[in-house]
Design a protein around this ligand. Structure first.
Ligand SMILES: Cc1cc2nc3c(=O)[nH]c(=O)nc-3n(C[C@H](O)[C@H](O)[C@H](O)COP(=O)(O)OP(=O)(O)OC[C@H]3O[C@@H](n4cnc5c(N)ncnc54)[C@H](O)[C@@H]3O)c2cc1C
Length: 427
């Protein structure tokens, strides 16, 4: 669809209507920069609390990672709960996990309240350990139940073997908290809901310059200007150099998804369970059967985005390494997107200066955490709620901005190399 990167989602989007660029000087209480899920959830939450909001999007709403992702809506944090416990301690990690579960509830509530057609909503995910790994998944399930009050079910190698036609995995666990959806339809649904509450959304309207001093902040676009009491920076991995501290703390890395042709019965012969599936390793593969019998496959991390043809070849190679029976399958479309990481690998949500709020750093787990950002920013900005402080505390450590991609790529290659060596040593 016009204005979006070619993807399965852009090909199946509902409500394709475009919005006009900003062409005037307008006033609002809040100016949100970025029409991804972080910006849209912030705008929607603020509008529900009666605030006047203008949202500026450089391209189309949901154009970035929010409209291109794997569609796995999972609670938790990018580096996993054990690492979060190490970092912030158990009580804080428990509170943060509860907040992410609450954000999932908010997503479901918004989807129902505003009749957002982003389904089918499909429940459940299977996470699998690689054959030969030393993961103790039974212990992990027990720890999650004890500390986070969530029931993950351990699956033995035999159970995994009966469900998936691959020898790549040892055991795994079933996670009932993950659900899947069409993220571009979700983003466009949030936009429509926000507009219904009075939010003014302008597409093709990049914020080019910020003046954040003084009580009235100004945001300048090519043909207009927004004057607002507060600004929310939600440009994700596409923020560029708009705001030096945020831009220099953000390392945008690319990751990728492809979709096969419809597979008919072959899909269930290969993947006999209707769940989202992912493996436990640094360079995770994640995939899910789609309702129309296609297989969606995602993975890899690179500092740059290869051509769609090359991407399709790379991801097909990964898929066939797991499922050799799919070697002759045609890839219909492959695409990539940028996700921003901060050095601490945690999201940054909250106020960074008077009248300046930020929501970024959701990594590969942003589908739910962006709604959490909207909740915390909305409550913080409109009601003085200070739960955002937990997330703002992680700070904006310098990471080199776009140049930080180079060490990030080196680390990813190192992990890939170690995984490859591990496999070949075991063989
Ligand atoms: C391929 C891929 C697969 C993924 N899979 C999953 C998954 O399955 N589950 C999950 O939870 N997460 C997943 N993620 C991560 C998730 O998509 C992101 O964390 C989340 O969408 C980030 O949302 P955002 O609003 O912060 O950024 P984005 O969605 O990238 O939105 C930022 C927006 O800001 C706009 N913008 C930037 N600068 C300006 C400016 N100066 N003026 C105006 N507009 C501007 C951009 O055009 C863009 O539309 C995946 C990401 C990718 C790339």
């Amino acid at each position: 669809m016009a204005g979006y990167v070619d993807s399965y989602y852009a090909r199946t989007v509902l409500e394709p209507g475009e919005r006009l660029p900003l062409d005037a000087v307008v006033d609002a209480e809040v100016c949100v920069i970025g029409g991804g899920l972080a910006g849209l959830a912030s705008a929607l939450d603020l509008a529900e609390r009666g605030r006047s909001v203008v949202l500026l999007e450089r391209h189309r709403v949901g154009w970035g990672a929010s409209g291109r992702n794997g569609g796995f809506a999972s609670p938790g944090y990018p580096d996993g709960m054990p690492s979060l416990v190490d970092r912030v301690g158990l009580p804080a990690a428990q509170e943060m996990y509860r907040l992410s579960r609450g954000a999932q509830d908010q997503m479901r509530a918004w989807i129902a309240r505003y009749a957002i057609d982003c389904g089918p909503l499909e429940e459940g995910a299977l996470r699998c350990a690689m054959a030969g790994s030393r993961e103790n998944l039974q212990k992990y399930c027990d720890d999650m139940a004890r500390h986070f009050d969530v029931e993950f079910t351990h699956w033995t190698a035999a159970e995994i073997g009966a469900a998936l036609a691959t020898k790549a995995y040892a055991d795994g666990f079933y996670n009932p908290t993950t659900f899947r959806l069409h993220p571009l339809n979700l983003a466009r649904g949030y936009a429509r809901a926000a507009e219904g509450l009075g939010v003014r959304i302008f597409e093709q309207s990049p914020a080019l310059a910020l003046d954040l001093k003084g009580p009235r902040r100004t945001v300048t676009t090519p043909r207009g200007q927004v004057r607002a009491d507060s600004v929310v920076l939600a440009g994700g991995g596409y923020i560029g150099l708009l705001h030096w501290p945020v831009s220099m703390a953000t390392v945008p890395v690319a990751t990728f998804v492809m979709v096969t042709e419809p597979l008919g019965d072959r899909l269930r012969q290969t993947i006999a369970v209707p769940y989202a599936i992912s493996d436990i390793k640094t360079a995770t593969n994640y995939y899910r059967p789609l309702a129309d019998s296609r297989l969606m496959w995602g993975g890899r991390v690179l500092a740059w985005e290869p051509s769609a043809d090359r991407l399709a070849r790379l991801l097909r190679h990964d898929m066939v390494a797991f499922y050799p029976g799919l070697a002759d399958v045609r890839i219909e479309v492959a695409w990539g997107g940028m996700m921003p990481y901060l050095r601490h690998k945690l999201p940054l949500i909250g106020k960074i200066a008077d009248g300046v709020w930020v929501a970024t750093g959701f990594g590969g787990l942003g589908l739910v955490l962006t709604t959490l950002a909207g909740q915390l920013i909305g409550a913080g900005l409109a009601e003085g709620d200070d739960r955002w402080r937990r997330f703002a505390a992680f700070g904006l450590p310098f990471a080199g901005g776009p140049l930080g991609k180079i060490p990030a790529q080196a680390i990813y290659w190192r992990h890939q190399g170690e995984a490859w060596l591990g496999r070949h040593k075991r063989a």
